[in-house]
Write a protein of this length. Structure first.
Length: 479
RNA sequence: CGGGGCGUGGCGCAGUCCGGCUAGCGCGCUUGCUUUGGGAGCAAGAGGUCGUAGGUUCGAAUCCUAUCGCCCCGACCA
C-alpha cells in the first residue's frame, strides 16, 4: 500500500505539501488557473482563525465593513508606487452586460485605493477620526506560479484600513496590530514568529514603513506571515483624505493597513506537519478530538458503542470540538491513518478491552505511533482530554521554537552568510543599503526578512560591505 | 515570457513509435457476505464520443494540420 503514504517530507518537501493539502481535505484545485476551492474542513480551520482575530480587532475598537470587489482602473494611477507594484498582477474586467466598459475595472488586489476614495468622503473633521475599518474577503493577484494556500490567484484575508489624526497614533496602530498578529501566531497557531521592519525593497507598494512577522518553515525557508503598514500621508494625499483639526487647519490624515491571509494555513502545514500528514494546533483545529470505536462482532459493537456514545457526549458537553467516527465501512486502522492525515490533535480509541477495564486509549497527534498512545481511565474523560489538548498545544510551540532557534545563526563574515542561508537563517549586521541587499539576493537567493525592533544599541559592520552598521537583519530564502 | 513535460472512466497510468476485432490495468465508487486494537478479503456491478476542431484512410486513442488547457523548472510575488 505504498501509494497510500505521503511522500516523505524530507525527500520531496514540495510534493509532500501538495499532496497533503488535498489529502487532508483542506482544499482542492479549482477549474480556474491558479485558484483553489477551500473545502469545508479547510474553511472550518480558516473560520477559527478569523474568529479569534475578529474578536481581538473588536476589542481594540475596530469595526467590519465591505467594499466592492471591483475597483476603477484610474484609482490605481493615483499613487505612483502603488500602481507600479500592483499593475502587473491585476485581473481586469473589460465587459459588462455584453458591452465594453467605458472604464475598465480591476478585481481588487488589495483595497487601499477604493477605501481611500471612500475615506476622503467620510473624513471631514478630527471628530471623524480615528476610522478603524476591517474588511473580510478575498482579493486577486495574477500570480505566475501558484501553490495551494501559499500563493493562489485568489486568496482570503482580512485587510484593516485605518485613518488617524497624527503620526504617533497611526504608528501606534501599526505596532498594536503587529502585536495582535504575533500573539495569534504564538498562542493560537503555535508558530513562533519574529517581528521587525521590512527593508526598502521589501516594503509594501506605497508604504513608508512596512512591519512583518516572519516564520520559519520546516524546510527552513521563511514565510512572511502577516504585515502591518504605515503610509504616512501617501494615500491621504493621493485620495485627498483631509480634515479640519482642532486648530481649524486642513490636515492630511495618517493611514495604515494590515493583513493576515489564508496563507497562514500554509504556514501551519509547513511548520507542524509530518510524514503522516497534517498536525493542527488544538486551539484552531476544527476537530480537536475524534472518538474511534473498535469491535469485532455485534455483541462487542453494542457494548463498545454504548461507552463510546457516553464518552462522546461528555466531551461534547465540555465544549471539546469532538467527532464520533462511526463509519462501519472502513477498518479502525484506516480511521487512525485518516485522522492523522487530517491532523486531529487527540484520538480517543475505545475497544472491548477498554470496556472491560474502564479505560480508553488516547493518542496524541504530535507524537505518532506507540509513543503518543496512553491508556487512561474513562472517568473524567473531558478533563483528561482537555489537559492533553493543552499539552499538545504547548508542545507544538516549544518544538517549533527550538527548531527555529537551532537554525538561526549569527554570522560575521560574508562567507559565513553564504553558507548559512543555504540551509537556515542568518542574523547579521547590515548597512541597510539596497546594493548590499541586492548582492546577497543575486549570489545566494536569500533576501532580507526583517530588522527586529529590539536591538542592543551596539555598532557592528555590515556583513556584505563592512561599513559601520547599527542594526542586524535576518537573511533567508523566502516563499 | 524562456526551457521541459502532459492531456485516455472520479484519481493515477498503459496502449500511440509500427492504424485493425468489444480501449485495458491499479485505486476509488455501488451491492452482498465475511471482517474491524495501525491503511481488510472475496464475489458481482456501474462508469470512457481517448482535450477540441478539421483532414488522410475501408478503418484513427494511434498518422497529418490547427487550436485549447494543465503541470514542473526559471524571472515576479502576500
Amino acid at each position: 500500500m505504498a501509494e497510500d503514504k505521503l511522500p516523505a517530507r524530507s525527500e520531496d518537501f514540495s510534493e509532500w505539501y501538495n499532496q497533503l493539502v488535498v489529502r487532508a481535505d483542506l482544499a482542492d484545485y479549482a477549474p480556474v488557473r491558479g485558484c483553489m476551492v477551500v473545502k469545508p474542513y479547510g474553511w472550518a480551520l480558516w473560520e477559527n482563525i478569523c474568529d479569534w482575530l475578529d474578536a481581538e480587532f473588536k476589542k481594540t475598537g475596530h469595526v467590519n465593513a465591505a467594499f466592492p470587489t471591483l475597483i476603477p482602473m484610474s484609482f490605481f494611477e493615483k499613487e505612483k508606487e502603488h500602481v507600479e507594484g500592483f499593475a502587473p498582477e491585476l485581473a481586469v474586467v473589460t465587459h459588462g452586460g455584453g458591452a465594453e466598459l467605458e472604464e475598465k475595472l480591476a478585481v481588487r488586489p488589495t483595497s487601499e485605493t477604493i477605501i481611500g476614495h471612500m475615506y476622503s468622503k467620510w473624513v471631514k473633521s478630527w471628530r471623524d477620526l480615528p476610522l478603524l475599518i476591517v474588511q473580510w474577503g478575498s482579493v486577486m493577484r495574477w500570480e505566475l506560479r501558484t501553490k495551494l494556500f501559499l500563493r493562489t490567484a485568489e486568496f482570503y484575508w482580512h485587510e484593516g484600513h485605518t485613518a488617524h489624526a497624527d503620526e504617533a497614533e497611526a504608528k501606534e496602530e501599526m505596532y498594536r496590530i503587529l502585536d495582535i498578529y504575533e500573539q495569534f501566531c504564538y498562542e493560537q497557531a503555535a508558530i513562533p514568529v519574529l517581528k521587525g521592519t521590512k527593508s526598502e525593497t521589501e516594503r509594501f507598494a506605497g508604504a513608508q514603513i512596512t512591519t512583518s512577522i516572519e516564520a520559519m518553515m520546516w524546510d527552513k525557508r521563511a514565510l512572511q506571515s502577516g504585515t502591518s503598514h504605515y503610509f504616512g500621508e501617501n494615500f491621504s494625499k493621493a485620495f485627498d483624505i483631509q480634515f479640519l483639526n482642532k486648530d481649524n487647519q486642513l490636515t492630511f490624515a495618517q493611514t495604515t493597513s494590515w493583513a493576515i491571509s489564508s496563507r497562514i494555513i500554509g504556514a501551519m502545514i509547513m511548520v507542524h506537519g509530518d510524514d503522516k500528514g497534517l498536525v493542527l494546533p488544538p486551539r484552531l483545529a476544527p476537530v480537536q478530538a475524534v472518538v474511534v470505536p473498535i469491535f469485532k462482532n455485534d455483541d462487542e459493537k453494542a457494548k463498545v458503542m454504548d461507552v463510546a456514545d457516553r464518552l462522546f457526549a461528555e466531551l461534547k458537553a465540555a465544549n471539546v470540538r469532538v467527532k464520533f467516527d462511526d463509519r462501519d465501512n472502513v477498518s479502525s486502522g484506516f480511521k487512525f491513518n485518516d485522522w492523522e492525515m487530517r491532523g486531529v490533535p487527540v484520538r480517543v480509541e475505545i475497544g472491548p478491552k477498554d470496556v472491560e477495564k474502564g479505560t480508553v486509549a488516547l493518542a496524541r497527534r504530535d507524537k505518532p505511533g506507540r509513543e503518543g498512545k496512553v491508556f487512561v481511565s474513562q472517568e473524567n474523560i473531558a478533563q483528561t482530554v482537555g489537559a492533553l489538548l493543552d499539552e499538545v498545544q504547548a508542545a507544538l510551540l516549544q518544538r517549533a521554537v527550538e527548531y527555529r532557534d537551532a537554525n538561526i545563526h549569527n554570522v560575521q563574515t560574508y562567507d559565513q552568510l553564504k553558507e548559512v542561508v543555504q540551509d537556515g537563517w542568518a542574523f547579521a549586521y547590515w548597512c541597510e543599503s539596497t546594493e548590499c541587499e541586492k548582492k546577497v539576493k543575486e549570489e545566494t537567493k536569500a533576501t532580507t526578512r526583517n530588522i527586529p525592533f529590539d536591538q542592543p544599541n551596539e555598532e557592528g559592520k555590515c556583513v556584505v560591505c563592512g561599513k559601520a552598521s547599527k542594526r542586524k537583519v535576518y537573511f533567508a530564502k523566502a516563499y
